[in-house]
Design a protein around this ligand. Structure first.
Ligand SMILES: Cc1cc2nc3c(=O)[nH]c(=O)nc-3n(C[C@H](O)[C@H](O)[C@H](O)COP(=O)(O)OP(=O)(O)OC[C@H]3O[C@@H](n4cnc5c(N)ncnc54)[C@H](O)[C@@H]3O)c2cc1C
Length: 378
């Protein structure tokens, strides 16, 4: 039996689905429109720490656990102190995000949170087909990652994969005023691999060991690298692991956006909202949602101009270099952080730079491998 016809059906109540739902709820333009969010489970997930940068204040400030005005970049080729002002690097736990967004959305009678798993969308009948029921809507926002992405071998596929320990130490070790963006000094073989540290106090920090590689490693390798970094680089002999975190994020030029139609807009990882060259998605999601809302209000196709072709090309070239020459990562990132200002770096990664600024960054990274990849990928 069919239920109501929803104005929007959001498939997936994760980071992207809930950010979208919250923005729709808080915008009077959508007042009174009935919206369904469908997910197999609306439990509060405690498994992720999201970080992003933004200038001074922002939408999530009341949920932020910690923010930093300064950071460091380190590698065996040189180090760089990162003075972020006017930016801040901000950290948010998924626990706070889910508690807050779910409470806000549950407060509105216009949202139905439905526990179900969607197998497909029938764009002719305008129905999302779930295990339990079928849901009618006038538009579908879909955060499922298409199976084609897993099956195809036609695109560059790297993975940002990592494991982290949230540790506490007896003695004060960390400087909570500075985070560590990347430290390449402890590498795994010839791969692009580094350590990342988010210190929340003098005795507590989240330490992650991360790879940007075309393959996934065994769990024991992250543990080995983490333990070695803690012992030999941080010189900590006694600590307690309070929590562990791990993840795999796609870094790919797979064209997720080709699945957008006038009936369905793909969102989140499944929509290609993870920046391919960095694996960051949280702030990107906020920006893409702003664009979606602007498109809806001006009567345009909902997914119009969600992506900029020139940045897609830059990312494609960068991924091709890393896929072919994974050993080059340390040098590329060292040049990136040492030869450009924080403002240039963040504006470039936020896809806000002009061609002239892009060229400056490209020259700073110069390596013949980029030329090869340009001709392979253009
Ligand atoms: C451990 C970890 C740390 C990360 N850290 C950062 C970071 O610091 N900064 C950053 O910018 N990005 C980070 N990312 C990347 C990115 O922000 C996250 O992966 C983010 O969760 C992606 O949002 P999403 O909504 O696409 O996916 P999810 O948050 O995973 O949500 C997808 C939802 O869809 C639901 N779903 C799946 N299949 C179906 C179905 N068939 N029917 C209905 N619902 C379904 C799932 O249950 C889930 O709730 C991190 C990722 C991970 C894994």
């Amino acid at each position: 039996m069919l239920g109501p016809v929803y104005y929007y059906v959001i498939i997936g109540g994760g980071m992207a689905g809930l950010q979208l739902a919250l923005r729709l709820k808080n915008d009077v333009f959508f007042k009174g429109k009935k919206i369904a969010i469908i997910d197999p489970s609306f439990s509060v997930k405690k498994d992720t720490t999201w970080c992003f940068w933004e200038k001074e204040t922002g939408q999530w400030d009341k949920l932020i656990t910690k923010s930093w005005k300064e950071g460091n970049f380190k590698s065996s080729l040189g180090s760089q102190h990162l003075k972020l002002s006017p930016y801040r690097y901000k950290m948010l736990t998924s626990e706070r995000f889910y508690k807050y967004t779910l409470a806000e959305i549950k407060n509105s009678k216009h949202f139905d949170l439905i526990e179900d798993e969607i197998s497909e969308i029938d764009a002719v009948k305008m129905e999302a087909i779930g295990k339990n029921k079928t849901y009618k809507g006038t538009h579908f926002f879909d955060s499922r990652v298409p199976s084609e992405y897993f099956e195809t071998e036609n695109y560059t596929k790297l993975y940002q994969h990592f494991k982290g320990y949230k540790i506490s130490t007896e003695k004060p070790i960390f400087n909570p005023e500075k985070f560590l963006m990347m430290d390449f000094r402890l590498k795994y073989k010839n791969s692009t691999s580094f350590t990342y540290i988010l210190p929340t106090s003098t005795t507590e920090a989240l330490i992650e060991y991360t790879f940007f590689t075309p393959y996934i490693t065994e769990e024991a390798i992250y543990d080995k690298q983490l333990k070695e970094y803690i012992a030999n680089f941080l010189k900590i002999d006694s600590y307690t692991v309070l929590q562990e975190e791990e993840g795999i994020i796609p870094m790919t030029d797979f064209p997720f956006e080709k699945n957008n139609t006038s009936e369905i807009t793909k969102i989140g990882t499944g929509g290609g909202w993870v920046k391919p060259s960095t694996g960051y998605a949280f702030k990107n999601t906020e920006r893409k949602i702003s664009k979606i809302i602007e498109n809806i209000k001006s009567g345009k196709e909902i997914s119009k101009d969600l992506f900029q072709k020139k940045f897609q090309l830059y990312d494609r070239i960068f991924l091709d270099v890393l896929a072919r020459r994974n050993d080059k990562g340390e040098k590329i990132f060292t040049d990136f952080y040492k030869k450009n200002t924080v403002d240039e770096i963040f504006r470039y990664l936020d896809e806000k730079t002009s061609i002239k600024e892009d060229l400056k960054i490209m020259f700073s990274l110069f390596d013949p491998e980029f030329i090869k990849s340009f001709f392979r990928k253009f």
